[in-house]
Ligand binder design. Structure first.
Ligand SMILES: Nc1ncnc2c1ncn2[C@@H]1O[C@H](COP(=O)(O)OP(=O)(O)OP(=O)(O)O)[C@@H](O)[C@H]1O
Ligand SMILES: [Mg+2]
Length: 352
């Protein structure tokens, strides 16, 4: 994704200092006009740091410096290169990124189908790097549901829509918990909620692609998972049908409270969610947040979106290429700490 200029303009900051941007040894000068740090300040900050909750403590999905390296025929591909991502319970969010950026690799890990090489990944109380085979099976059956791009991969061809939705319930360990009649009722409710109630007795080949994907969402929701993952679920559909499928995800999110992560190339889907995270070269790079705002003068509601750069726990951030190119920034930059922002300057050490 090409990073854009934030749509909410920032008030220009004014500063009265004459910036001397690098020290004599060429290292960035930090400190600027900020209040000088005293020992007491440092001690207070250290105490605050210790008291601060752990990374991702309130998230349903936590990926912390996630790495996945594939080795085939002696060639190593680093599909995920220290990816950080937090998703809160009840979120409906989109993941975007160029082909090969690592989206499906991440989804396969979150789905419990693949194991990361290093880092940490946690969904609900499940540690995805340290699950036993039994935990993994339970995780895949009861904690996550997934919808794939290929409609044919989501449904068993010789079962009807209703039988496809009932199957995960029969396979899950709670056979005794939900009676036959309750299961049949849930199948009916899910198919109706997703507006494919009339397809209940049809096999996949008797349904359109869009209907198959809606049944697939019902299958994924059958065991009431905490998380629903979808990898390009609208990729094989025309844009109108794609919108209907997205509406089905929204319904599931709103009515059942399911946390949903959708990988998409479809800009209209990405524009419809509150949060879109972009992956670049195996790392989360930027994030767009959207919120509705009511215009005080006209009373009209409009969506305001703003793009943010991701800051990892080591303090690394990726500057958009068009920003760095516009100012000829390469190799190193000078930083200056101001009271309410950090200034980034082109390297001028050669000129000093
Ligand atoms: N099983 C595998 N073995 C070897 N390399 C793999 C494997 N799976 C993925 N990769 C490589 O990892 C990188 C990330 O692939 P991934 O499928 O996650 O990308 P993606 O973002 O989903 O792309 P697309 O948008 O095309 O689906 C690619 O370079 C890919 O070739
Ligand atoms: Mg993919």
């Amino acid at each position: 994704m090409t990073p854009k200029t934030p749509q909410t303009p920032q008030t220009p900051q004014t500063t009265t200092t004459t910036p001397k941007r690098t020290q004599s040894d060429g290292t960035p000068r930090t400190g600027g006009t900020a209040t000088p740090t005293t020992l007491a300040d440092l001690a207070r900050r250290a105490t605050e740091d210790r008291a601060r909750p752990a990374y991702g403590h309130d998230a349903l999905i936590t990926c912390d410096r996630l790495v996945r390296i594939f080795s085939t025929d002696g060639v190593e591909v680093q599909a995920l290169q220290g990816l950080d991502l937090l998703v809160r319970e009840g979120e409906l969010m989109a993941l975007v990124g160029a082909s090969g950026s690592g989206k499906s690799t991440l989804m396969n890990i979150l789905a419990g189908l693949d194991t990361p090489t290093a880092g940490a990944a946690r969904v609900a109380q499940y540690d995805l790097l340290a699950m036993t085979a039994k935990d993994r099976l339970r995780y895949r059956r009861e904690v996550v549901g997934f919808v794939w791009q290929q409609t044919s991969r989501n449904l068993l061809p010789y079962l009807t829509a209703a039988q496809n939705v009932a199957l995960p319930m029969q396979l899950s360990g709670d056979r005794g918990r939900r009676g036959r009649r309750a299961k049949a009722e849930r199948v009916r409710e899910l198919l109706e909620m997703l507006q494919v109630g009339d397809c209940r007795d049809r096999r996949p080949h008797q349904m359109s692609g869009g209907q198959q994907q809606r049944v697939a969402i019902a299958v994924a929701l059958a065991n009431d998972p905490a998380v629903l993952l979808a990898d390009e679920p609208t990729g094989e559909l025309d844009s109108h049908t794609g919108e209907q499928i997205f509406a089905a995800f929204r319904t599931a999110n709103e009515r059942l409270g399911t946390t949903i992560v959708i990988v998409t190339h479809d800009q209209t889907v990405a524009d419809e969610v509150r949060r879109t995270v972009a992956i670049r070269d195996g790392r989360t790079s930027t994030e767009v947040l959207r919120r509705s705002e009511v215009d005080a003068a006209t009373g009209d509601e409009r969506v305001v979106s703003r793009e943010y750069a991701m800051l990892d726990r080591a303090g690394r951030l990726q500057l958009p290429a068009e920003y760095t190119q516009a100012l000829g920034m390469r190799d190193r930059v000078a930083l200056e700490l101001e009271p309410d922002h950090i200034a980034v300057w082109p390297d001028d050490s050669e000129r000093d």
